[in-house]
Design a protein around this ligand. Structure first.
Ligand SMILES: Nc1ncnc2c1ncn2[C@@H]1O[C@H](COP(=O)(O)OP(=O)(O)OP(=O)(O)O)[C@@H](O)[C@H]1O
Ligand SMILES: [Mg+2]
Length: 341
């Protein structure tokens, strides 16, 4: 592993073997997360973001399976661990999840149990990695849970401790999820669209909260979203995903200054710009949806929706990843062709 990285994903392929054929949800994906930094993964619905996150946690559900590639993680003890060589429910992965690599999800209501109070769920999450369950250990875990609820700005944390998820607003529930996710001081927080279900003001508060914890605890973050605006604010590096592949990769500064892939350019054009209202101009939404990656031909995934498509150039198989400037990679025939000129 590179010394500055905490996680490296190499040639990851995660497939679902279905009756209809092989669904390539993640198809030869490469990226790394730098220690203490945020990597943003951006792309529309269905492009393979959540399956990538589950591959890192080694929690891909059958009929899904990691078919190829490796994921390396630098543990808190300093060893380089090959996650892809571990059993999903083996001791190593179980001790890693929550304690070293933690995840917050799109929908807090679906990832928190409706039948237990949030305090109970948080306490259990803290106790999972404890060997003992005596009164004192439980009390310490409960105190820690209240402390975490206070830290994430939950008003009346002690009272909220006994509330059930349905008694909390979406924003409060998401705060409780963050409190739970960071209560064990993880090295990596995987945030899978953590603010999509929230209104913009609450969304901004949640993003600020994650950034604050990152600064305080030195956490690395994998931030998954389809919101370019949020990614601009949080990530130091960005991977743009389309149909199971990374199509463009660069530092945030470079990607916003010089987006190259037609898909990235369209994603950027779809964000409204405050104070830049051009009369008659419209936001450029990308028409259509990401196709389902089932029995796909070996071609550029974006070819069916790309406005720049060129006959005789874009129909020649899967474009290779090429470096267009230092540290800036793109998978597009228009650029590999230009490179070769
Ligand atoms: N359990 C499953 N069984 C079959 N196909 C699946 C399963 N989970 C995901 N997929 C497929 O894998 C592809 C990638 O899905 P994924 O959930 O990673 O998308 P995503 O980028 O997270 O989208 P969203 O923004 O909607 O969350 C999709 O085509 C999806 O239909
Ligand atoms: Mg998802």
């Amino acid at each position: 592993m590179d010394a500055e990285n905490i996680l490296e994903v190499k040639n990851l392929r995660t497939y679902f073997k279905l009756d209809e054929g092989v669904l390539k949800a993640v198809d030869d994906v490469n990226f790394s997360i730098k220690t203490g930094k945020t990597l943003g993964i951006i792309g529309e619905s269905g492009c393979g973001k959540s399956v990538t996150a589950h591959s890192i946690l080694n929690t891909v559900q059958a009929p899904g399976k990691i078919h190829g590639g490796t994921i390396y993680y630098r543990t808190q003890a300093g060893t380089e661990l090959e996650i892809t060589a571990e059993k999903s429910n083996g001791e190593v992965m179980r001790s890693l999840r929550g304690r070293e690599i933690s995840m917050i999800f799109q929908e807090p209501m679906t990832s928190m149990s409706p039948v237990y109070s949030i305090g109970h769920q948080m306490t259990e999450a803290i106790l999972v990695h404890e060997k003992k369950r005596d009164k004192a250990t439980v009390k310490t875990a409960q105190d820690k849970a209240v402390e975490m609820l206070n830290l994430v700005g939950m008003p009346n944390a002690i009272q909220r401790f006994n509330d059930y998820p349905h008694q909390l607003s979406g924003g409060m529930c998401q705060r409780a999820m963050i409190a739970m996710a960071i209560s064990l001081n993880p090295s990596i927080l995987i945030a899978d669209e953590p603010t999509t279900a929230l209104d913009v003001t609450v969304q901004a508060q949640i993003v600020d909260l994650m950034l604050k914890f990152q600064a305080d605890l030195g956490m690395s973050i994998l931030y998954i979203t389809h919101d370019m605006g949020v990614i601009a604010e949080t990530a130091s590096d960005i991977c743009v995903m389309y149909l199971g592949r990374v199509v463009e990769q660069a530092s945030t500064e470079v990607l916003f200054r010089n987006p190259v892939h037609p898909y990235t350019i369209r994603l950027l054009r779809s964000i409204p710009k405050l104070g830049k209202k051009i009369p008659g101009a419209r936001l450029d939404a990308i028409k259509g949806n990401v196709p389902v990656p089932l029995n796909l031909p070996a071609e550029c995934g974006f070819v069916s929706r790309c406005l720049e498509v060129k006959q005789g150039i874009c129909d020649g198989g899967i474009p290779p990843m090429v470096e267009v400037e230092s540290g800036h990679f793109v998978r597009c025939f228009l650029h590999s062709a230009r490179e070769a000129d």
